[in-house]
Design a protein around this ligand. Structure first.
Ligand code: FES
Length: 354
């Protein structure tokens, strides 16, 4: 009889673990160990060998439980595509029916568990600077530890000059078209386009059309306020000439019924944050957690955001702020699903979960 060469799915998602600097961990790759996610010698007689990992620092990691990962010993999201592993949750289960619904009030923000909240750009009061109206969406004072986000809109004309300062900046245009100027370099933009701006550069939006331009500004690390400049510097960093990220269906990654495409990432120069666009179909995902902090913009659709003890309705123009390690689930209730744009930090793969 030949030795087993297929790993067993120990569990169809990751194992959260706090590793300690200097300690060695022997990860089970065969899936047969009774001490998951670690080796207990059960691979003997199979073609598998355990994978040794020595922690350099104290950190939180997600060890792969499905044994299909391409980045052993850690989860890379491959578990999402295992047949039947993408389990849905029943919104009508007794526990879910008992979950408290938090109504929307006059304020822009609806608080859920922990530091999690949903922010409505439609109900927000906008401040004005020149041609641009804007508001804070995610900042350190609202509980963010890794990123900030601002919402802005403007009619025809040019925005003030916004400085990136010592932060990485990612933009996402939801509506409108025109030209984005980054430290003297000009780029055309249309709806659903992402951009990356290097630290110390600055940007200005030119709306050359009668329709409004609406966009989001994300920074990593986060800042409490936008920083303005009187003039445009000429310091475009030519080491990273590609700053625009457009929707391209050929670049999609499937996650069962869902899919996502990475927009702004490391190749653009963005070492602190990653931006993606994705679609969540009509369904309620099983509750899960991430190691990254996330700001998720809902572009269309309708549904509900769930945390452990609370839920609230979400729709176009809303932003979900999700702290690290917080159990949550997004439910879409309409055909066509939700189109969403997320900025995650730290991390570069939105499909890693536990
Ligand atoms: S648990 Fe295996 S890839 Fe996530």
């Amino acid at each position: 009889m030949s030795a087993p060469s297929t790993p067993k799915i120990a569990r169809p998602k990751g194992f959260y673990y706090e590793v300690k600097a200097g300690q060695r961990y022997l990860w089970c790759s065969c899936g047969r160990s009774g001490k998951q996610p670690f080796c207990d010698g059960s691979h003997v007689g199979t073609t598998f060998k355990p994978v040794l990992f020595e922690a350099k620092i104290d950190e939180d990691v997600i060890f792969c439980g499905c044994k299909q990962t391409g980045t052993a010993p850690f989860c890379d999201g491959a578990h999402n595509n295992l047949p039947g592993s993408y389990s849905e949750d029943d919104p009508e289960s007794p526990a879910n029916r008992a979950t408290a619904a938090v109504p929307h009030g006059a304020d822009a923000r609806v608080a859920l568990d922990g530091a999690c909240y949903v922010f409505s750009t439609k109900r927000a009061k906008l401040a004005r600077r020149g041609a641009m109206a804007w508001c804070k969406v995610v900042t350190p004072s609202s509980g963010a530890q890794h990123q900030s986000q601002f919402y802005a809109e403007m009619g025809t004309g040019a925005s003030p000059v916004v400085a990136a300062n010592d932060r990485h900046t990612i933009l996402f245009f939801t509506e409108g078209q025109g030209e984005l100027e980054i430290s003297g370099r000009h780029f055309a933009f249309g709806p659903r386009t992402g951009f990356y701006i290097r630290p110390e550069e600055a940007f200005r939006v030119h709306n050359t059309h009668p329709l409004p331009v609406k966009f989001f500004i994300s920074n990593g690390p986060g800042q409490e306020d936008l920083v303005w400049r009187e003039d445009m510097p000429g310091n475009f960093d030519g080491t990273y000439p590609h700053r625009c990220a457009e929707v391209d269906p050929s670049q999609r990654h499937a996650m069962a019924e869902r899919f996502f495409q990475i927009l702004v990432h490391r190749a653009h120069g963005s070492t602190e944050m990653t931006q993606f666009i994705g679609n969540i179909p009509r369904s309620k995902a099983e509750p899960h957690k991430h190691l990254y902090e996330e700001a998720l913009i809902f572009l269309n659709g309708a549904g509900v955001v769930w945390t452990e003890n609370a839920k609230t309705e979400v729709g176009p123009g809303d932003v979900l702020f999700l702290p690290r390690k917080l159990s949550h689930s997004v439910q879409c209730v309409v055909d066509g699903g939700f189109d969403v744009v997320g900025v995650i930090c730290p991390g570069d793969n939105p499909s890693i979960s536990y």
